[in-house]
Design a protein around this ligand. Structure first.
Ligand code: NAD
Ligand code: MG
Length: 337
């Protein structure tokens, strides 16, 4: 079992006695900055001049600086701009304003692990990665609970990198739920694997294929939507609450028999071999290189796929059906990469 840390394992004064810059105010950035402020930490948000998000940060009472000024001012810098942007931002803004003894923090190991960012030897490099979306990191902190987090040290120049990272995790609410000790390598590889084979890639592809099979066979799109997309949440909630046995206990015996006999035909030996191939592409850095090339070319495939999915029948019928559910607030994705 990996080492776990809870409230009593962290020294809150380590982070509250330092100046912290949170660079970026997106999903994770807003949550970290607000939680740090509420925990009594001296925090500044680094945002590009004229950024729309600066207004929101200021309204909350956070100080906003240009990213370069924020890095120069701070002695702990948490990098929360998108992964594909971090290397360029590091080269153009962060590197020149780092001082010896500074602590550079990340919420995902991607850039450091794959070598897109190589900090100087005289700074600490560590990770505090909440295992949940930013809006939950904020909401659960406010409610008095917290989202679990991973902590890892890549470079320990000061000898205190681990203790500072843990103190930061404490200030954003992570130690309330539990913080797991890991490495940049393990966090990066497992995170990418999870999002590719199941959480995003696997589920998304299964939903669309299953929807197509039903509608192509003549069943109404509305029924197909409820069956293969909407109901997924109910099943995932059961898995979350009590694992596979609890899910199987809650569904009918008929559903359970269908699960044990048909499931292995959907995810078979060939699928598992493909999962291994995907893991190898992650481990070798092939996926990372491909994604950085894609982003630097203007993300043509990503943008094309984004536009295409909007026209998919499951999305069209979904928009109409969700509009009839008063308990759902319409979600409109912004088109930035
Ligand atoms: P995001 O896309 O929600 O936010 C990005 C922020 O960076 C915004 O404030 C945006 O204005 C700013 N930004 C974008 N491009 C920029 C540029 N070129 N220069 C300067 N600023 C720029 O990002 P996120 O999802 O919060 O991800 C931040 C980090 O947190 C990533 O390393 C990610 O892997 C990690 N992470 C995210 C989640 C999550 O729930 N989204 C969970 C765990 C870890
Ligand atoms: Mg993730």
């Amino acid at each position: 079992m990996p080492t776990m840390y809870y409230e009593g394992d962290a020294d809150p004064t380590l982070i509250s006695s330092r100046k912290v810059a949170v660079i970026g105010f997106g999903s994770q950035g807003h949550a970290h900055a607000m939680n740090l402020k509420d925990s009594g930490v001296d925090v500044v948000v680094g945002l590009r001049p004229g950024s729309r998000r600066a207004e929101r940060a200021t309204e909350f009472g956070l100080r906003v600086m240009d990213p370069a000024d924020a890095v120069a001012w701070a002695d702990v810098i948490m990098v929360l701009v998108p992964d594909q942007v971090q290397a360029d931002l590091y080269e153009s803004v962060i590197a020149t304003h780092l001082d010896p003894g500074d602590v550079l923090l990340f919420a995902h190991g991607f850039n450091v692990h794959f070598g897109y960012i190589a900090p100087p030897a005289d700074v600490d490099v560590a990770m505090v990665a909440p295992k949940g979306p930013g809006h939950l990191v904020r909401r659960q902190y406010v409610e008095g609970s917290g989202v679990p987090a991973l902590v890892a040290v890549h470079q320990n120049a000061s000898g205190a990198a681990h203790a500072i990272a843990l103190s930061y995790a404490h200030a954003i609410g992570g130690t309330r739920a539990g913080v797991i000790e890991t490495t940049f390598k393990d966090e990066t590889e497992t995170d990418l694997f999870g999002e590719q084979v199941i959480l995003c890639g696997g589920i998304d592809s299964m939903v669309r294929s299953a929807f197509e099979v039903l509608t192509e066979a003549g069943y109404p799109a509305e029924m197909a939507y409820f069956e293969v997309l909407h109901e997924l949440k109910l099943i995932v909630d059961l898995l979350f609450e009590g694992g596979i046995a609890w899910m199987r206990h809650s569904v009918s015996d008929t559903a359970e028999y269908g699960d044990i006999t048909r499931g292995p035909r959907i995810v078979n030996d060939e699928t598992k071999a493909e999962m291994r191939a995907i893991l190898e592409e992650i481990q070798s850095g092939q996926f990372a290189a491909e994604w950085m090339d894609e982003y630097r070319a203007g993300a043509p495939n990503l943008l094309a796929a984004r536009a295409a999915v909007a026209d998919h029948a499951v999305e069209q019928v979904g928009r109409d059906l969700r509009a009839m559910m008063p308990f759902l607030v319409e979600k409109i994705p912004a088109d930035d990469v």
